[in-house]
Design a protein around this ligand. Sequence first.
Ligand SMILES: [Zn+2]
Length: 54
Amino acid sequence: MKIFCCKTHVEHALDVFVAKTESYPILTELPDEEKLSTKCEYCEEPAMYLVANA
Ligand SMILES: [Zn+2]
């Protein structure tokens, strides 16, 4: 499972991840070029972080 999210929605994304997968998420900051081309899952802001499995 992968969730792209902005700064505002990081905590929400982590909560959703844990609730859905029941495992601990890894939070990584996206490289600059991916930030520009990827949108937050929960709003229209550019994504800054990726929440994913280890
Ligand atoms: Zn957002």
